[in-house]
Design a protein around this ligand. Structure first.
Ligand code: FAD
Length: 359
């Protein structure tokens, strides 16, 4: 049996043509970037895959503006390298072979969000091709820009169900002058992590894992030394020790939970994370203070049990790797979601069934 047809548009015009052709024949399309989160979402039956990886131009980058305009298929490694030359970054923390468009459409959340905020807020402008082949632009290239509805936010996490992102404008931040990770082994990662969160001024991340806590610090060298002194005081008062690694560029440098057959991304109120850790599998990671918890699970049974407890805590647990879909998250105002889907993709050719609510 042959697989889905593969479409490789090389320009925005090619995307318009490809989507119009698919809409005319009612062929169902999956948009694919770097395929690192291609499992996320409910299963969708498709006839063709539209690959964005040839839309790979950095359209405009002026460091003084702190904005980059890039096509959606640009790989993150390439973006990072270009921005580093201007002394800046887009603080995504996703894998280097992922694409900008895929990272936005997958609704990526960064473990550094404690300090840098939600990546969603850095997407200033989007250009997309809707499911009926219309070219649409939303947002604007300045930070205070929105007239009308905020389309970049609608597209963030839309999993390729509303349109094909072809270009975006991203708000950037200066690269930190120094970076440091302090790793402390512990049998009580949540208690120690909470003490570090309370006791250290402005860490970028306090990542609790089954037998350790990793504290990420970024800023000026003197600032990091002061923060490190506080980390050491907190560790000493808990009877723990810390191993300092300087200058490691990516955080977290290893992600063992991603090796599990199923990875769920739990989102709850930050105060509810500790009660969910028992049952989050043998490999998990919680960037404390953000309400996130990545749980590495073995099978559907473990996932179902975790989801039950997450629902009781008022959160959601979509699977980001492996089988399991989005789960039974409550969809606020489902009729509005359905109308949005109808407005962007009237023939439902874009990953039908993939989104929350099954449309
Ligand atoms: C902190 C952090 C750590 C992560 N760690 C890992 C890791 O270790 N390993 C790993 O594999 N992943 C990891 N991820 C996930 C990773 O961010 C996403 O998988 C990735 O950024 C998605 O990009 P992609 O190009 O691979 O998208 P894809 O996987 O190709 O697509 C993701 C979704 O977006 C849709 N889509 C893709 N491109 C477009 C577009 N142009 N327009 C509309 N829809 C589109 C697809 O249909 C799909 O639904 C991590 C993410 C974060 C934030």
């Amino acid at each position: 049996m042959s697989g889905p047809e593969l479409l490789h548009p090389a320009s925005k015009g090619d995307v318009v043509e490809a989507v119009r052709g698919a809409a005319a024949d009612r062929r169902r399309l999956l948009v694919a970037g770097g395929r690192r989160h291609i499992d996320k979402g409910n299963p969708a039956e498709i006839d063709a895959e539209l690959w964005t990886t040839q839309l790979d131009a950095i359209v405009a980058y002026e460091p003084a503006e702190m904005v980059a305009v890039v096509e959606a298929g640009v790989r993150l490694a390439e973006l990072d390298a270009a921005l580093a030359e201007g002394g800046q970054e887009w603080p995504h923390d996703a894998p280097p072979d992922a694409t900008v468009g895929g990272t936005i459409a997958a609704g990526a959340l960064s473990p550094r969000m404690l300090r840098h905020g939600h990546l969603r807020d850095t997407v200033l402008e989007v250009e997309l091709v809707t499911g009926d082949g219309r070219f649409v632009r939303g947002g604007g290239r300045t930070v205070k820009n929105v007239t009308g509805y905020d389309l970049p936010r609608v597209l963030y996490g839309s999993l390729g169900t509303l349109g094909v992102l072809v270009q975006v404008a991203l708000k950037l931040r200066p690269l930190p002058k120094a970076r440091r990770t302090v790793i402390a082994e512990t049998v009580e990662p949540i208690a120690l992590g909470t003490a570090l969160l309370d006791g250290v001024p402005l860490p970028v991340s306090v990542l609790a894992e089954p037998a350790r806590v990793r504290v990420r610090l970024e800023g000026w060298p003197g600032e990091l030394d002061e923060q490190t002194a506080r980390v050491r005081e907190v560790l000493a008062s808990s009877g723990a020790d810390g191993n300092v690694i300087d200058g490691d560029p990516s955080f977290p440098s290893e992600r063992p939970w991603n090796e599990a057959p199923i990875v769920a991304e739990v989102a709850v109120a930050p105060s509810r994370v500790p009660e969910l850790v028992p049952g989050a599998g043998t490999v998990w990671a919680a960037p404390l203070g953000t309400g996130l918890l990545w749980a590495g699970l073995q099978d559907a049974e473990e996932l179902a049990a975790l989801r039950e407890r997450v629902a009781a805590a008022g959160g959601i647990a979509p699977v980001v790797r492996g089988p399991g879909g989005l789960g039974e998250g409550p969809v606020a105002a489902p009729q509005v979601h359905r109308r949005l889907k109808n407005a962007f993709d009237p023939q439902a050719i874009l990953a039908p069934g993939r989104g929350w609510g099954g449309w």
